[in-house]
Design a protein around this ligand. Structure first.
Ligand SMILES: *Cc1c(COP(=O)(O)O)cnc(C)c1O
Length: 345
């Protein structure tokens, strides 16, 4: 059966070039700082983001956690969006392991938080309150339609942070999707922030890993917090080698994923029983609703799955689809045919 897997861009498998690079990678003990391939990936990543230094970590979740632990002490507060991946999908790890208190501000549909609400959330110096220490943004915003967050917005948040002596962290799991969609150098999107995490293992198709970037001082601290959560890896150059291929060969092609997401959205918009907000589709993530009353999102997902088209239901009427390296324009057209049949049935 033909399979079109649109559940996530995390399903991507390493390319032949990645497998070759992994097999041939020069390695050493990275806890001693002696893995030349990890060091090369970290230098490339730092350069790419316009930061002084970088740290290879096992996952995006670990990257956000070690960043928050590096910025904040116990009882300190992080301001973040109510739809943030870090708030919803990371087990509250920064609170559970770091004693970091989350202060939640509502995300708007475009993934931003109202600037005034951010500023109002910053605590005055008073012994009743936790200390505000960090503002965390997410770019692209996963739960807010994969929307890219602009450099201007990020700069405005950073100015608020600086005025109050706070730091800014960006969960940039898909920051390269944002750069491609906005047509800007990724450096511009993080120019004013203190740290950024990005994933190699999503649209960039590496099998494992994320990278945290920031100042030398911040990365030295993140290296410590990575070690305490068990993230010190040894011959990790085997993994970093695929990350280097991801950074050099897989970024520009994200534009194809965005074009395919649009193609899918436009096709779905023409199918009776579905509703898509085309204005919100700008990267590789799209959300749409099942409007036929006799059908739930999960029932439709099950029907599609039986025909090899895989998507996720994220609410009683809501479905998420994510285009990726293994999905071609032809696959999108095939998937649209399967959607049509499933809604006719
Ligand atoms: C996937 C994701 C993460 C976590 O990455 P993992 O590698 O799955 O741990 C963090 N933030 C966002 C926005 C994500 O989409």
């Amino acid at each position: 059966m033909r399979v079109v897997d649109l559940r996530s861009d995390t399903i991507t498998r390493p390319t032949p070039a990645m497998r070759r690079a992994m097999a041939e990678a020069e390695v050493g003990d990275d806890v001693f700082g002696e893995d030349p391939t990890v060091n090369r990936l970290q230098e490339m990543a730092a350069e790419r983001m316009g930061k002084e230094a970088a740290l290879f970590v096992a996952s995006g979740t670990m990257g956000n956690l070690v960043s928050l632990l590096a910025h904040c002490g116990r009882g300190d507060e992080v301001i973040l969006g109510d739809q943030a991946h870090t708030y919803i999908y990371e087990q509250g790890g920064s609170a559970a392991l770091g004693g970091i208190h989350p202060r939640v501000v509502p995300n708007q549909p475009d993934g931003t938080m109202d600037l005034q609400q951010i500023e109002d959330a910053i605590r005055p110096d008073n012994e009743h309150f936790p200390r505000s220490r960090l503002i965390a943004l997410e770019n692209t915003h996963n739960r807010c339609y994969g929307t890219p967050i602009t450099a201007e917005y990020t700069k405005a948040v950073s100015q608020i942070a600086r005025r109050h002596g706070l730091k800014v962290h960006v969960d940039g799991a898909r920051i390269f999707n944002a750069a491609i969609a906005l047509g800007v150098d990724v450096k511009e999107l993080v120019a004013d922030v203190d740290s950024v995490m990005f994933c190699l293992s999503k649209g960039l198709a590496a099998p494992v890993g994320s990278v945290v970037c920031g100042t030398r001082e911040f990365i030295a601290q993140a290296r410590r917090t990575r070690k305490v959560v068990g993230g010190g890896m040894r011959q990790a150059g085997i993994l970093a080698a695929a990350g280097i291929v991801a950074l050099t060969e897989m970024v520009d092609r994200l534009a194809e994923d965005h074009a395919n997401a649009r193609r899918l959205a436009e096709g779905l918009a023409n199918i009776d029983g579905l509703s898509v907000d085309l204005d919100r589709v700008s990267t590789n993530i799209l959300y749409f609703d099942v409007t036929r009353e006799t059908l739930t999102a999960q029932e439709l997902v099950d029907r599609l799955n039986a025909e090899g088209v895989r998507v996720l239901s994220t609410g009683p009427r809501r479905i998420r689809a994510v285009t990726n390296y293994h999905v071609s324009a032809d696959d999108i057209d095939y998937a649209l045919g399967v959607f049509q049949r499933a809604l006719r049935a």
